[in-house]
Design a protein around this ligand. Structure first.
Ligand code: ZN
Ligand code: ZN
Length: 164
């Protein structure tokens, strides 16, 4: 089911094979859902596909519902909301808050952290290993086993910092 999407925020750029990669990732997630005893419904598959295609974009429940509706109109909005809840319970999704905005959803397998500009709200996505030195230090000095998830670091982006 190779679908075309115009609004990718991923700056890495998209190659032709990415549609296939996305389908493969959706299949893998569906398999995990099945393995945990979850029912595989059209709505669940549609929601997972939207999240895979969104990459590290931060979609609210409403935005996810809109995209699901665009690709799979027969899935009702209320079903999308219920689906998000059940996929979160199944451990496939995580709800995350970024600044003051509405909660957004991520695939649990898509861990990352952020720097968010306090002035303009610009978001920089950081890889999971960005906090490795902090995790190592907590373990060494405090015996603390840190498991940082979706950490947000405040501050000012380059443009806002140079404004004064
Ligand atoms: Zn800024
Ligand atoms: Zn995030």
């Amino acid at each position: 089911v190779a679908r075309h999407h115009d609004h990718h925020h991923d700056e890495a750029g998209r190659r032709a094979s990415d549609a296939t990669d996305a389908a493969t990732r959706v299949d893998a997630l569906v398999e995990r859902l099945r393995a945990t005893g979850g029912r595989v419904t059209e709505a669940r598959r549609a929601v997972l596909r939207v999240l895979v295609e969104a990459g590290s974009a931060h979609l609210s429940a409403e935005e996810i519902a809109e995209r699901v509706h665009a690709s799979t109109p027969q899935v009702h909005l209320s079903t999308v909301y219920r689906t998000l809840e059940s996929l979160e319970e199944a451990g496939l999704l995580r709800q995350a808050r970024l600044g003051d905005g509405p909660a957004s959803y991520h695939l649990a397998s898509d861990e990352h952290h952020h720097a968010v500009c306090d002035v303009c709200g610009a978001v920089i996505v950081l890889p999971p290993d960005a906090l490795t030195p902090v995790v190592a230090r907590l373990a060494r000095d405090h015996g603390f086993r840190a498991d940082p998830r979706h950490v947000t670091i405040g501050g000012r982006c380059r443009a806002c910092a140079s404004d004064g």
